[in-house]
Design a protein. Structure first.
Length: 136
């Protein structure tokens, strides 16, 4: 199925952005930075990888940061989403609550390390879907 013309960008362009966010999330934390910001990049990597698959499937999506919404959309359109990929919903907190002071306890280095495992899996899964379905 061809990507929607309503949502800008190709699936490959969405994956490039996902890869960029993943690379930023994996950088050594500068002294002045907070772990929450690295986790936000982890969330963004998973979000953009899911959006790449949605775009690839021609599924219109809203401009929100709710990974659960994107996973539900994919499943409703017949895309099989494993439990490993569904773990991405845990990253939702890094798109909202942890971006602003005072909502949750500060994110630790260990929290961030665990969070980074999820977008790597989502990215690899999305990349595989785009690759397998664009080969004749």
């Amino acid at each position: 199925m061809k990507p929607s013309k309503t949502i800008p960008g190709t699936p490959q362009e969405w994956l490039v952005r996902a890869k960029s966010n993943l690379a930023l999330a994996k950088l050594d934390k500068p002294e002045e930075a907070v772990w929450e910001d690295l986790c936000f990049n982890a969330q963004q990597a998973a979000e953009k990888a899911l959006k790449a698959v949605l775009q690839h499937k021609g599924i219109i999506f809203r401009y929100v940061h709710d990974l659960e919404e994107f996973i539900i959309q994919l499943e409703q359109h017949g895309v099989e989403v494993s439990n490993d990929i569904k773990q991405a919903v845990h990253l939702n907190q890094y798109a909202f609550e942890t971006r602003y002071p005072g909502y949750l306890e500060p994110v630790t280095e260990e929290d961030c390390r665990r969070a980074l495992q999820i977008p790597e899996s989502v990215f690899a899964w999305a990349e595989g879907i785009l690759r397998e379905q664009s080969t004749p």
